[in-house]
Write a protein that binds this ligand. Structure first.
Ligand SMILES: Cc1cc2nc3c(=O)[nH]c(=O)nc-3n(C[C@H](O)[C@H](O)[C@H](O)COP(=O)(O)OP(=O)(O)OC[C@H]3O[C@@H](n4cnc5c(N)ncnc54)[C@H](O)[C@@H]3O)c2cc1C
Length: 280
């Protein structure tokens, strides 16, 4: 039976979040926590593949206890099972330590039910690195297929997947062995409104929760802050560009204003060129 695991993360809604002007860090309390939007597409794709081929969809997150809400959101989308790893030892993890902890959890999930496919979002909207998916794939020694915007075929019996990878000027078709890991683009699917039965199931659902002690043999020096070689040397908010003019009025008026600017620039340029200034 096809077993797909989607890795998901709860993130602050960065459309709303405020920055602390003193520390230049995110004030996480200023915005609600949501399921990382890319991950909702990862879960939706897993659910669609289950509809095509049968099987089971599990979701996995590493996060603080309130991240249960993100798992419930995935159950609303249609996932069957939710796993969460949560422990103070995971705190302060960079992408290397995050991928290590998630890999340990994935190995434990695979002991319960072998995994055919892991699906991640392309990136998170808070950390934004896109490193965790490929990090997991490397640790599990499986092919990482990034920027996937279509899953053309999964053949569990013959052990392969065919996907489309988005490129700047088109896409490429890749055939990979299973198991493999996909990082998916937002345009891979549209996440529909949740059905009432899924919402009711999500409201009652309690995920399986593991701490470090539940993950079996584990190298604690690779977890959390201790296992995180990344050093954030400074953080700053980009300066707002100075000058510029906001166009106002109707669409036609804005076009007229824009043409005025362009023509004035052109006249200035020609005047300079005529005076021997040349182009610069
Ligand atoms: C020095 C340092 C300290 C940090 N300390 C903290 C901290 O204390 N608390 C904190 O919240 N963050 C902390 N971070 C941020 C942390 O590294 C990232 O949140 C985490 O590693 C995921 O990276 P990302 O958000 O860039 O994910 P990406 O690599 O952009 O995510 C890609 C995909 O991987 C999967 N994924 C990512 N994270 C998870 C997860 N946690 N569970 C399941 N799937 C996941 C999702 O499918 C996601 O779409 C720290 C970072 C650094 C560099």
């Amino acid at each position: 039976m096809l077993h797909i695991v989607a890795c998901i993360k709860q993130v602050p809604d960065t459309k709303i979040i405020k920055m602390n002007p003193k520390t230049n860090t995110m004030d996480r309390s200023s915005a609600p926590a949501i399921l990382n939007p890319y991950d909702s597409h990862a879960v939706e794709e897993a659910v669609r593949l289950r509809s095509r081929y049968g099987g089971v969809v599990s979701v996995l997150t590493m996060g603080p206890p309130p991240a249960v809400k993100a798992i419930k959101k995935c159950i609303e989308i249609g996932a069957d099972e939710g796993y969460m790893i949560t422990d103070r030892a995971f705190a302060g993890a960079d992408t290397l330590a995050t991928s290590y902890a998630l890999t340990k959890a994935l190995q434990k999930i695979a002991d319960i039910r072998p995994i055919d496919l892991i699906v991640c979002g392309k990136m998170t909207i808070d950390g934004d690195t896109g490193q965790v998916g490929p990090g997991i794939a490397r640790r599990l020694d499986m092919p990482p297929l990034t920027s996937v915007n279509k899953v053309a075929e999964i053949n569990r019996e013959e052990g392969y997947a065919i996907v489309h990878r988005k490129l700047e000027d088109g896409y490429e078709v890749i055939r990979s062995t299973l198991p493999c890991l996909l990082s998916v683009e937002k345009d891979i699917n549209e996440v529909p409104y949740s059905s009432l039965p899924n919402m009711l199931r999500a409201a009652r659902y309690q995920p399986i929760i593991w701490s470090v002690a539940d993950l079996g043999e584990i190298d604690k020096t690779q977890l959390g802050l201790k296992g995180s070689p990344t050093i954030v040397s400074s953080v700053w908010a980009p300066q707002k560009p100075q000058g510029g003019k906001l166009l106002e009025g109707s669409y036609d008026e804005q076009i007229r204003q824009l043409l005025d600017v362009v023509l004035t620039r052109k006249e200035l340029f020609e005047a300079q060129a005529g005076a021997g200034g040349g182009a610069s």
